[in-house]
Design a protein around this ligand. Structure first.
Ligand code: ZN
Ligand code: ZN
Ligand code: ZN
Length: 222
């Protein structure tokens, strides 16, 4: 039997009743295999590989872009270090889940389907203390639990960032959108320069938050 924590996730590897060559695999209290073929060491290795792969693919929420449809559930993550959206999917605190169910596709750039989580939302779900339902859909039953500092900080940062958008019309950004989708991008690249490109290193190029550059359309049809 193995009881350990790997990258914040509590893991258990148990002997399967009546079969010495099988293991029961549990992560965060959730049984994910009743009869996994292999011994303790192999099972722990398997867990490590999956968890490393999740983190290498962007972690909570973002992994959904590189490994579609998998590892959206909260039991794959360190408890209290993630948020859980109304669909029951894990996100970084204050972040979104990039799976096809949690994103609204839009030609101007995809965006998260759910509103930002309030700072005081539950540690294990999107609900507030008031009216918290123990058995909400998609979730394991649990009472309202105070969020962790990591969750509060992430949520507050997301709210602040949202409020700072279009504060001052003079400071409007260019917002030009690259015409094609790029692999690894949730939405199309969007230009971050001021509308008149006065802050641009080279005004003939748009520039996004990852440093992606593309030529500015200066040609006006004459
Ligand atoms: Zn999702
Ligand atoms: Zn809750
Ligand atoms: Zn631009």
């Amino acid at each position: 039997m193995i009881r350990t924590t790997y990258r914040g996730r509590p893991i258990k590897v148990l002997a399967a009743r009546g079969n010495p060559h099988q293991r029961k695999l549990v992560v965060n209290g959730r049984t994910i295999h009743h009869g996994w073929q292999g011994d303790d060491v192999q099972a722990l290795d398997w867990f490590r590989q999956i968890i490393d792969r999740i983190e290498d693919s962007g972690g909570a929420g973002m992994v959904a872009m590189l490994i579609p449809g998998q590892y959206t559930e909260p039991h794959w993550y360190e408890p209290g270090a993630i948020d859980v959206n109304p669909r029951g999917h894990a996100t970084r605190p204050g972040g979104i889940c990039a799976c096809s169910l949690c994103v609204i596709d839009d030609p101007c750039g995809s965006k998260g389907r759910y509103t930002l989580l309030p700072v005081d939302a539950c540690r294990y779900c999107h609900q507030l203390r008031d009216g918290h339902k123990h058995d909400a859909v998609f979730l394991n039953p649990h009472p309202y639990t105070e969020p962790t500092e990591v969750q509060r900080a992430g949520r507050q940062a997301a709210i602040t960032e949202y409020q700072q958008q279009d504060d001052d019309p003079d400071e409007a950004t260019c917002d030009a959108i690259y015409p094609e989708k790029i692999s690894g991008y949730l939405s199309r690249p969007r230009c971050l320069y001021f509308a008149d490109h006065r802050d641009a290193h080279d005004p003939n190029f748009h520039y996004d938050h990852r440093g992606f550059r593309w030529p500015r359309e200066t040609a006006r049809t004459s």
